[in-house]
Design a protein around this ligand. Sequence first.
Ligand SMILES: Cc1cc2nc3c(=O)[nH]c(=O)nc-3n(C[C@H](O)[C@H](O)[C@H](O)COP(=O)(O)OP(=O)(O)OC[C@H]3O[C@@H](n4cnc5c(N)ncnc54)[C@H](O)[C@@H]3O)c2cc1C
Length: 230
Amino acid sequence: MKAELITSVALAPDIRQFQFAVPEVAELKFHPGQFVSLSELFGEKKVTRAYSIASLPDGSKTFSICLNRVSDGIFSPHLFALKPGETVDMKGPLGVFVWKPERADSVMVATGTGIVPYRPMLIEALRQGATEKFTLIYGTRHPENLLYVDEFRALADQHLNFKFIPTVTRPTDAWTGETGRVQAHVLTAIGDRRDLHLYACGLKEMVDSVREIGKELGFDRKQIVFEKYD
Ligand SMILES: Cc1cc2nc3c(=O)[nH]c(=O)nc-3n(C[C@H](O)[C@H](O)[C@H](O)COP(=O)(O)OP(=O)(O)OC[C@H]3O[C@@H](n4cnc5c(N)ncnc54)[C@H](O)[C@@H]3O)c2cc1C
């Protein structure tokens, strides 16, 4: 399938959200949390990269992704240079990093653009009236790189069962929120609970470290759901 770029907007320095349409389908169906696989030929070489879907299924043929430009990367600079009307090959939606309504409270952890799949997942779950508790711990280096914070804060204001904990490792003087890496906040959020579901999404180092925390605390493998970006 081809995906055609409609618009792209800057969300933070070197982070953009891209909206695509898939002309050959009447409706793009997916589960919040899933990703698409995009490909392009670079000379003779076909390069394929996965991107979590940032938007909610809305009955249309469009979807959005959000990514940071990896300066020495191949595909992300290509997407940043793409112009509206240009296309990329696409497969999907794919993946099993989705919210399962199992009536278990969850601690969800993200760093960087690893926040992307949680956006549609949590908006949909809370809109559907999910009653379990969700704690979202979201870390970046700088406050300016925190994505979708206004939306998550508004969701937390509207839903008592959703707690949002953004944390930064390089706070500015104006920052009044949490600081430090996500891992410390994960331990606090888990506390004595061993009946939680643990979600982690982002680069390997963080995901592996959160999985290790879960294992050391005695969580079953089935309680830990993760998506690694590298
Ligand atoms: C299931 C899945 C979903 C993904 N969803 C997203 C998403 O929603 N948003 C997103 O930005 N990326 C996402 N990624 C990562 C994405 O597929 C690419 O790896 C990323 O855009 C870099 O590709 P590149 O060709 O520009 O760089 P490459 O040439 O492939 O890689 C250069 C280096 O960049 C590192 N890297 C990979 N991803 C990132 C990143 N996000 N930030 C910093 N360094 C990175 C790699 O470890 C590698 O060392 C996802 C990956 C997977 C497997």
